[in-house]
Design a protein around this ligand. Structure first.
Ligand code: AP5
Length: 191
């Protein structure tokens, strides 16, 4: 198995670049944001609880997200590898993910960390919010709250994987194609 974490702040291009990577390498995409939005669309209890937090730009509790990821991985046992997008987002989620992978004698191979300036992130997300209907993109204060959650809780994920020398920083500004070429070069040396 080849397991990759695509890491970066909100709006750094994780979802956009995931599409290219999945298409090229046949990995199973696991986006916790997408899984949570499906729960919201289906109006499940989990979805209704998550929506209140997501609409304020706050993280959903670790135990909820970890349970959801475990179920998803169980449902995709045949996967030849996972691309984790938006997960893990806290140190507790890193520890839980390592344990889930270890059960299958697997591990994270690399963390590709997209780096984008805060002003560019806000510009991109406000731009998407004009058409996407995503309730966490509609105003700048929610977007900045998401970025603050990233700095307060999620940058610890890079620190966690740095101790295992698994983090590669990639410039996340430029064309989608040029950023993908940089990501691809890093994947190709490891897969
Ligand atoms: P999630 O869905 O994961 O959203 P996010 O991290 O805020 O990321 P985005 O989807 O907004 O951005 P992205 O980096 O994927 O960029 P994208 O490619 O879309 O999470 C949403 C919420 O769910 C969280 O706030 C939290 O509440 C909850 N949640 C999710 N996972 C959780 C977890 N593990 N634990 C706890 N809570 C969790 O691009 C953004 C825009 O930029 C697009 O319009 C795109 O077209 C544009 N763009 C992309 N690349 C470029 C480029 N190179 N140049 C110009 N524009 C570009």
């Amino acid at each position: 198995m080849f397991n990759l974490i695509l890491f970066g702040p909100p709006g750094s291009g994780k979802g956009t670049q995931s599409e290219n990577i999945i298409a090229n390498y046949g990995l199973q995409h696991l986006s916790t944001g997408n899984l949570l939005r499906t729960e919201i669309a289906n109006q499940t209890t989990l979805g209704l609880q998550a929506k209140q937090l997501m609409d304020q730009g706050q993280l959903v509790p670790d135990e909820v997200v970890i349970g959801m990821v475990g179920n998803f991985m169980d449902a995709h046992r045949e996967a030849k590898g996972f691309l984790f997008d938006g997960f893990p987002r806290t140190t507790a989620q890193c520890v839980a993910l390592d344990a889930l992978l270890k059960q299958k004698s697997n591990e994270i191979n690399v963390v590709l960390a997209l780096e984008v300036s805060e002003e560019e992130l806000v510009k991109r997300l406000l731009g998407r919010g004009a058409t996407s209907g995503r309730s966490d993109d509609i105003n700048e204060s929610i977007i900045r709250a998401r970025i603050k959650e990233y700095h307060d809780k999620t940058t610890a994920v890079a620190t966690y994987y740095q101790q295992f020398d698994k983090v590669v920083h990639i410039k996340g500004e430029g064309t989608v194609e040029s950023i993908y070429a940089d990501l691809k070069a890093e994947i190709d040396t490891r897969i």
